[in-house]
Write a protein of this length. Structure first.
Ligand SMILES: CC(C)(COP(=O)(O)OP(=O)(O)OC[C@H]1O[C@@H](n2cnc3c(N)ncnc32)[C@H](O)[C@@H]1OP(=O)(O)O)[C@@H](O)C(=O)NCCC(=O)NCCS
Length: 189
């Protein structure tokens, strides 16, 4: 699988050797509190890494799942993914950073990378995503890259194991291909 580069990251396919870094992120409640998943055990992390390896190698490919390695280190400090939903749309998701590396602009950088992949390489018409309305860092990271809030779904989220019976509110975000290029981004040939 192709490897990509941003200012601070190498984005590459996840590997089983990422297990300890991945577990350090996913076992931590603070990292997953706005995700629908629960804190993960080491075994669950390994199973997920194996799932990502399988999905990345499917043909045709619908999932682009990345480990985010901080440049200058070998350390995986986050992840991000893009799912092809149909011929028009890609769903941006899975942007998660280790708590020690949040608030430095890195999450926004990963959103920017996913948009680049969606529009410049995969040439999609639309990129979409969603988040818990309490997750300010998540929606600000999307807004920084010009994603528009398209919906506010009251009680649109399913309860997680941590908040049983709580149907949280959700924001939906979207961006069109033309909106992406109107921001001065360039199409790669
Ligand atoms: C959501 C997440 C990926 C954002 O990444 P990040 O590196 O922390 O965010 P950035 O530093 O790029 O900041 C993005 C924006 O959010 C703001 N922000 C960052 N942390 C914030 C906080 N705790 N509260 C309010 N705003 C915050 C920043 O000021 C910035 O806004 P700006 O563009 O208007 O200046 C990261 O916080 C994370 O991994 N959270 C846990 C997992 C998660 O919830 N993922 C999202 C699932 S939808």
């Amino acid at each position: 699988m192709k490897t990509y580069e941003t200012e601070h990251f190498i984005l590459r396919a996840p590997a089983e050797s990422d297990l300890e870094d991945n577990y350090a992120i996913m076992r931590d409640y603070d990292n997953i509190k706005y995700l629908l998943t629960d804190a993960q055990s080491r075994e669950q992390c390994l199973a997920y890494i194996r799932y990502t390896i399988r999905k990345n190698n499917e043909d045709p490919r619908n999932e682009y799942l990345f480990a985010a390695v901080l440049k200058g280190t070998q350390r995986v400090i986050g992840s991000c993914s893009l799912s092809l939903l149909d011929v028009r749309q890609g769903g941006l998701s899975g942007v998660v950073l280790h708590r020690d590396f949040r608030g430095k602009g890195y999450g926004g950088e990963l959103v920017g990378f996913l948009l680049r992949l969606a529009f410049e390489e995969l040439r999609l018409r639309r990129g979409i995503s969603s988040c818990d309305t309490r997750n300010v860092a998540s929606y600000r990271a999307m807004e920084r890259h010009g994603m528009r809030r398209e919906g506010h779904f009251l009680q649109g989220r399913l309860p997680s194991k941590r908040e049983p019976g709580f149907f949280g509110d959700e924001y939906a975000y979207g961006m069109l291909r033309e909106e992406y290029f109107e921001r001065g981004n360039q199409q790669v040939q």
